[in-house]
Ligand binder design. Structure first.
Ligand code: SF4
Length: 123
């Protein structure tokens, strides 16, 4: 069955409003895009929505008790809650370097979770 979905393309600051026609889970038409990247955005958003996830994990012996982390690439939206649950179980030992892998291949996606900043040991 055919239906319309309204999206805002967030690929660039223009924020074009997109009217997407979807049939059987597939994009069959897009209107409102200012450039062809809007088509790719609509396609991804309808068939495989993803987001970069930022959160924190616990640190043992660090200057601060929590370490900010992020996914190295946009993560499948339907698995974000499970990822957050997994990260809640993790405690890393200080020191940590920015960019260090905190969780490799998160949930088998091939996407790593990385440290956002250095975390020195508490002195
Ligand atoms: S459709 Fe193109 S111009 Fe419009 S927000 Fe997306 S990337 Fe920017």
């Amino acid at each position: 069955m055919k239906h319309k979905v309204e999206l805002i393309c967030v690929t660039c600051p223009m924020g074009c409003p997109l009217q997407v026609t979807v049939e059987d889970g597939q994009v069959i038409a897009v209107e409102g895009q200012g450039c062809k990247r809007g088509l790719a955005y609509a396609q991804d958003e309808i068939t495989d929505p993803r987001r970069v996830v930022t959160t924190t994990v616990r640190v043992r012996g660090g200057l601060h008790p929590l370490l900010p982390v992020y996914t190295a690439r946009p993560f499948p939206k339907h698995n974000i809650f499970a990822l957050l649950q997994e990260l809640r179980q993790i405690t890393v030992a200080a020191p940590v370097q920015a960019g260090q892998v905190i969780l490799a291949d998160a949930l088998g996606t091939g996407i790593d979770v990385l440290a956002s900043r250095d975390m020195p040991r508490r002195s």
